[in-house]
Design a protein. Sequence first.
Length: 570
Amino acid sequence: MARIRRIEIDNFRCLQKLRWNPSGGINCLIGPGDAGKSSILDAIDFCIGARRVLQFTDADFHLLDVSKPIIITVTVGELDDSLKSLETYGSCLRGFTAKGTVEDEPEAHSETVLSVRLTVQGDLDPVWTLFSERAEAAGQPRFLTWSDRARIAPTRVGALADNNLAWRRGSILNRLSDELPDMTAALAEAARTARSTFGDVADSQLGGTLRLVEKTAKELGISLSDGIKATLDAHSVSFSGGTIALHGADGVPLRALGTGSTRLLLAGLQRQASAQSSILLIDELEHGLEPHRILRLLGSIGAKEEQPPIQAFITTHSPVTLRELRGDQLQVVRKLGEEHSVAIVGRDEAIQGTMRLYPEAFLAPTVVICEGASEAGLLRGFDLYLGDLKYKTLTASGIALVDAKGVSQIYARASAFKALGYRVAVLRDDDVQPNAAEEEAFKKAGGAVFNWRAGCALEDELFLALSCEVAGKLLQRAVALLDADAVDQHIRSASNGLHTLAQCSSAKTLDASLRRTLGAASRSRRDPWFKSVTRMESVARELVFPNWEAADEPFRATTKALYQWMVKGD
């Protein structure tokens, strides 16, 4: 049961440099598009896959720079005895330590491993060797035997399943048992029968041509005493083990199954064959699968087991997958300067809870942590308004919104995302203050913080900032959503009886006292006016941002700075 312990990639496609020690179980790679997730799977497949020929082009080199070779090194542990043979691979055996480093001299405390290296120079000719500093210094390259290469090769579940649904070299079916089909005599007889049967059918259809050939041969003195017949060429009709494929009882080959069914079947077969082939590669796991079948596939490869029998490397853009997996099974791929990194999400309570509620946020490059549903609704409405104007939207900029559900959790969630390399901002109210130390630590880590004016929640901010006309429309919207009596009661309660709905509705101007009363009334604990994503979304789209220019300077400054940070990266 081989396990990959370390992956080192240099100058392969978008990956200029990557160093990663994967876990021995499920490794689900997530992150924004073009982060290099699929290239990591390709690198593993190209380096230790059982193949004799591999085509490279200049596009496989980082930035098309063929002067710098592609070097992919995959270090494999949990080797069986034949792979740890001193006689065969002695100079190439290395040690993998508990600290996650690879030593050239295996020690008693370390695991014995082999490092397979794929090198591609500018001539595009791939070369596979076993790497160790000792062997390299001695100028004595060593190579894995083909049988040992096939033993550690991963199984790749992709769009094309023909190979794995037949008894071909390296297929899951060949690995599934020791009962490799040895049917040489039967297959040879089947070929003979096919040639004979075809000849009988062809004689009735090609008889005229056959008689003409016989006549011509006779005229030329060529002896064909028993005549001739059209049959299949003995050299072109031969069967091998790869000719045997899985079919349904109705004779339809299983390769005709849908993409999702094929992937699900192959993942299940891989679990059965884990003793012979324990490394699985699946790019875009959700391709062709409904949510409930995604869960079945993950379960079939041991995602819910503490010690999965398979080491799986998966890429996904599916929130369903993220919600189903644990944080220690998710790995975020990021580019940091000239290097790529892979960071484990982890099982921190704050991040695990966020992953269950907002898995899509982990698939975006930028995350805005909103204190509550009102802030999330405001930004969703802003996004829709930008789309109405045909401007670049927040979603087009890769912005994901997370509702922290209160100020107490806001920095726990924000800091967890920041630690994983996400670009993170906080949008919060100012009526209840967060933990000052947590906010300061978040800012020092590079996080951005945006908040409304002193002492104000979002509803206070809107009634203070918007023009009298728009504030009046907000009041009308509240009456339409609730009813006049309820809104009047909220206003009376918030002002201790000083103000009424009729007074606020008839006022030609709204002074500061009336505005603060409306802000407080809108936040009533019993049926607040706009404190939901849906209500605030429509308010933002239809009232707030279409009239943004008429709002006061503090509101415009805060929202402008937030927009620039989100869309422009300022």
